[in-house]
Design a protein around this ligand. Structure first.
Ligand code: TYM
Length: 332
């Protein structure tokens, strides 16, 4: 059975983008793969996080993943900082990856913004830690949204260079799993910008804990153009906001944009948005309710995480110890 690894940053409440682009696919993969899912708090602190908020967000993220259907008995769910192997292998990868490779990462450029000098050095080497997350488990399949494609290519480059430099065939090639019509959910306010949990405008996204009224309001206010819903997918090419809403609808109904347009082409966006709101409320409300219930019992969440990190470490520690031996560390 192939091993799946994926992660999510506890840097806020997950959005519909995280859900449709990643989490929902994680839940499905549990039927056919051995899965390891990680709340990546080491990655989160590459930008400033208030300590109390980080703690709360890590627990909330854990509760939301469970509420979405991650099964911590059959698979592994844990916090990245609780398994030392991630940081240990990341250091080795810091010494394998070339500055030139990291300089090409578009996400660093986006996140660092204009003031690159003020970005943390952790933000720059973020993709090396991501590579370590995956390779510490010899995972071969990584379900992510489209924005992570470049980072996964880098993870493969790092593995290849490690194998080449040390003359081994130790780290396997990984296959990104970028699935479905919502692999890149865009902002509700600007169809050219990714929906993100760290966007300053709450109106730009649906949060997985939004109530029905908030979801309805955000979808009603979502930017569209004055034209009706098109009848053919080719007409979506120049209409980013329409394309986004149709993609979300297709993902929620598990179809494709063409089928959505077949059913809704020619109608106004008012009625399309009403139908979309109903779908969202139906699918997200149970998640929000279950999250609230799980958060009432912090001790159980901590117990799930502890068990997860013990099982994760049992896989990662021997792999990282072997990588250290290959590098020439004496150990002990
Ligand atoms: P994060 O927390 O930013 O995102 C978590 C997952 O959600 C996906 N995603 C989206 N998918 C579709 N549309 C969107 N608007 C959208 N926004 C986010 C992301 O692609 C991601 O799959 N660097 C990773 C976390 C990570 C990781 C890893 C992933 C750390 N180590 C190892 C895989 C393997 C990230 O972006 O998290």
């Amino acid at each position: 059975m192939q091993r799946v690894f994926s992660g999510i940053q506890p840097s806020g409440i997950p959005t519909l983008g995280n859900y449709l682009g990643a989490i929902r696919n994680w839940v499905k993969l549990q039927d056919s793969h051995e899965c390891i899912f990680c709340v990546v708090d080491l990655h989160a602190i590459t930008v400033w996080q208030e300590p109390a908020a980080l703690r709360q967000q890590s627990l909330e993220m854990t509760a939301i993943l469970l509420a979405c259907g991650i099964d911590p008995n059959k698979h592994i769910l844990f916090l990245q900082s609780a398994v030392r192997a991630h940081a240990q292998l990341a250091w080795i990868f810091n010494c394998v990856a070339r500055l030139g490779w990291l300089n090409r990462m578009t996400q660093f450029k986006d996140k660092a913004g204009k003031d690159r000098e003020a970005a943390s050095s952790g933000l720059f080497v973020y993709p090396n830690l991501m590579a370590a997350d995956i390779h510490a488990y010899h995972a071969t399949r990584v379900p992510v949204g489209d924005d992570q494609r470049q980072h996964l290519e880098l993870a493969n480059d790092i593995a290849q260079k490690f194998n080449h430099d040390y003359g081994v065939d130790f780290f396997p090639n990984i296959e990104p799993l970028i699935m479905g019509p919502a692999a890149r959910v865009m902002s509700l306010r600007d169809g050219t910008k990714k929906m993100s949990k760290s966007d300053p405008s709450d109106q730009s996204r649906i949060n997985l804990n939004d109530d029905a009224e908030t979801i309805a309001l955000k979808i009603r206010r979502a930017k569209t153009d004055p034209l009706p819903v098109p009848s053919d997918v080719s007409e979506l090419a120049e209409r980013p906001e329409a394309r986004n809403l149709v993609g979300i609808y297709a993902a929620l109904t598990e179809t494709d944009p063409a089928s959505v347009l077949q059913a809704h082409g020619g109608t106004g966006f008012g009625s399309f948005k009403a139908a979309l709101t109903e779908l969202l409320v139906d699918q997200l409300s149970p998640i929000a309710a279950e999250t609230r219930r799980l958060l009432e019992d912090e001790a159980s969440l901590l117990q799930i995480l502890r068990s997860g990190s013990e099982r994760a470490a049992a896989i990662a520690d021997p792999i990282v110890a072997e990588a250290e031996r290959l590098v020439g560390f004496v150990g002990g």
